[in-house]
Structures are given as C-alpha cells and as structure tokens.
Design a protein around this ligand. Structure first.
Ligand code: NDP
Length: 353
C-alpha cells in the first residue's frame, strides 16, 4: 500500500498500520520519504507483551535516524518502521510486572502495535490525567532540559540564561527551571505568538523572535550583563548572535542543533571556527555535548519526582501540539522541524481501552 491510499485505512484491531522509511531525505524530509504499510498484529511469545500505541512522540532526533551519516545511534535502514517513543497500553502480557490495561512509555515506533520483553519500558500511573506528558515534560525532552541546565549549565541565582526553541518541550523546561533557579531567562522563538506565550505563560523575562531582521541587536540589548549560560538547541544564526555576548566562564550545554538537521552543505559565509576557539580560550568557556539517556539515565527517577511535583503544583507548565492520527505523523514531523509546531509534538493514535 502506498502513502496516497493511507486515508482509506482506519485504525482497528485487525491489523497493524505502520509508517516506514521509504527513502533517505536530501535536505528537508518530504512525504515521499515515508511509506504507509499494514501488517498482521504481532503475537507475543512466552516472554513478551503486546502493546497498543496510544500516543507517538515526534522529535528532532528522528531526522538523524533517517540519514546514514555517522552518529551516536545506528541509522534506520530503508524499509524499517520509523523509530519513536510512545505511550502504549498493554493488550496482553507474559512479562512479570506488566498486566493487561497498564499504561507504559515504550519505544514502539510509528505503528499501532508492537511486542516487547519489557526492556526499557517504563510503567506510568494508570490514573495519570495526561499520559502523553510521559513523552514531553515528564519524559525524554523534559529530562533533557532539566539535566542539561542543572548539571552542565550549573545555574547560579542572578545569572543570565539564553535558550532557543523556547516553547518546545526542551526549551520550555530549560526556561522554567531557569526561573525556579532564579535566573534572568531570555527565550528565543519563532514568531510573536510563541514569544508572548514564553513570557506570559511560562514566566520568561523576555523572549525574542529569531526571524526579526535586527535579532542580533535585540539579543545584545536584552543581555546588558552578557550571557552566563547558553543552552544550545538550534545553532546557526542564533549561536552567531550569542557568541560575542558570552561572559567569562559561561557554560554551553550543547543539546541540539536543529537549524542544521536538514542542511545539505556547510553554510555560506565566513568560517567562524577561529572566532569560536578564541572565545573558548579567552572566555574560558565550558562547551559540553550530551545525549540524555547515555549520560544521565540513572538520574531519571529523581528527575521524575522533582518535575512531577512541579507539574502537579503548576510551577512548570506545558503545552502540547497534538496531531490527529498516525497517517498525519509524516506531515507533523516535517512541520516540527520547520517550527510550525507550538509546544510538544505528539500524535494521537488511539484511545485507551
Ligand atoms: P521542538 O519541539 O522545540 O522543535 C524544534 C524547534 O526548533 C522548532 O519548533 C523551532 O522552534 C526550532 N527551530 C527549527 N529551526 C530553527 C532555526 N533555523 N533557528 C532557530 N530555531 C529553529 O524540539 P525539542 O524541544 O524536542 O528539541 C529541542 C532540541 O533539543 C533539538 O535540537 C533536539 O535535537 C534536542 N534534543 C537533544 C537531546 C539530547 O539528548 N541531546 C534530547 C532531546 C532533544 P521556533 O519556531 O520557536 O524557532
């Protein structure tokens, strides 16, 4: 079955709808890079459980998996089901500790059903009001924002923090935790509506639109005391504007470079590597990359406790960009890389039983 006939196939309990990698993108992904397929619902063996996907997370890292460039994780092969974090419900279980009806966070990918032996599967509270938060503020992206800021950013009250993609799940967490740590928080986002939300709802001190022609001047004016922590989510021209403003001993948790994920060649213009190295030396910068579960996996329970309290008490707020239906996942993913999402991008696949 090809992608154009997808609409005809509704989610049901007779078959497993899947979205596979059809070809590797060159630049921005398009619908042609994805293939819609159906398969039989898998049967769990004696040590497995059957999971039905309720929510699928769409994240920037998936762009890397579609490419065969060398990275920290193996690429998908053409024909593989797209990888992805999910909230799922246990349909039948032969795994100790998991029972029919349980809600879990799993890595089931872009499909209705999967089997699992329980490895890497985390149980959610079955009475959780918003299970999809397990893919956002209470899951991998929230954890990423929290650990990168607290462990690498080493925030001290009164310092200035700058973070872009400020209304996405990582950036929104970074900024709000920054306010809890009493920082001066400057967000950067795409457009007026997102910036107003960052200030009025998330409590950032300021938020600047990176599409503004005078963005670099606006950033300099918003940071009269320089920048102590730059939480790097995007790279590109945002980083160019940040670099001259970094204070001595500034910290840069390098979390992501989403402005470059669809790039096919190095950007035009002057090579700034010399300037960067000179700034690292003169300003004695700490620049540290990290991959969340590889560096910090054992901190997840403590994060969940802290963030669970903050979310429950309204200290940390979250917004979801809900995409309706598995067949919309490719477009939702393309849009997210383009900044069309407003909040954590999640695909609603099915209701819980
Ligand atoms: P988001 O949901 O925030 O989506 C990406 C956002 O990036 C877009 O909405 C857009 O927001 C912004 N963006 C896209 N292109 C540009 C550009 N050229 N310049 C500036 N901003 C741009 O993503 P997440 O919160 O899920 O992820 C944020 C970052 O964290 C990503 O780089 C991701 O790869 C990284 N990450 C890293 C992890 C790790 O372990 N190291 C784990 C999880 C995420 P806007 O419209 O506001 O510009």
């Amino acid at each position: 079955m090809n992608f154009s006939t997808q609409q005809a196939v509704q989610q049901n309990d007779q078959q497993n709808r899947q979205i596979k990698l059809a070809s590797r993108p060159h630049g921005k992904p398009t619908a042609a890079n994805f293939e819609f397929a159906t398969a039989a619902i898998p049967t769990p063996n004696d040590s497995q459980m059957l999971l039905r996907t309720l929510y699928l997370s769409l994240d920037p890292y998936m762009r890397g998996r579609m490419s065969d460039a060398k990275s920290y994780a193996d690429p998908l092969q053409v024909g593989d089901v797209m990888t992805g974090g999910t909230v799922a419900q246990v349909v039948a279980s032969n795994v100790d500790g998991f029972a029919e009806g349980d809600l879990v966070v799993s890595n089931s990918g872009w499909q209705d059903y999967s089997v699992s032996n329980g490895e890497g599967v985390v149980k959610l509270d079955n009475n959780m009001p918003n299970p999809s938060y397990g893919l956002g503020v209470l899951g991998m992206p929230g954890f990423t924002g929290y650990m990168g800021l607290t462990d690498i950013g080493k925030p001290k009250a009164g310092e200035t923090l700058v973070v872009a993609a400020a209304t996405g799940p990582v950036g929104a967490t970074v900024g709000q935790v920054g306010k809890i740590k009493e920082l001066n928080v400057i967000g950067i986002a795409g457009g007026k509506e997102k910036c107003e939300y960052a200030v009025n709802e998330l409590g950032f001190d300021k938020c600047l639109d990176h599409y503004a022609d005078d963005f670099a001047e606006q950033l300099a004016a918003a940071c009269p005391n320089g920048i102590d922590i730059y939480y790097e989510n995007v790279g590109g021209k945002v980083f160019d504007a940040v670099l001259p403003l970094l204070n001595a001993h500034a910290r840069i948790p390098v979390c992501g470079l989403v402005s470059q994920y669809n790039a096919t060649e190095t950007p035009e213009g002057k090579d700034r590597l010399g300037l960067l190295m000179s700034m690292i030396l003169r300003q004695r910068l700490t620049v540290k990359g990290f991959i969340i579960f590889e560096e910090y996996g054992n901190h997840f329970p403590e994060f969940l406790q802290t963030m669970g309290d903050w979310v429950a008490t309204g200290k940390v707020k979250t917004k979801e960009h809900m995409v309706d239906g598995l067949e919309q996942a490719p477009q939702g993913f393309i849009d997210m890389l383009d900044g069309i999402n407003f909040g954590k991008t999640v695909v609603k696949i099915a209701d819980s039983a």
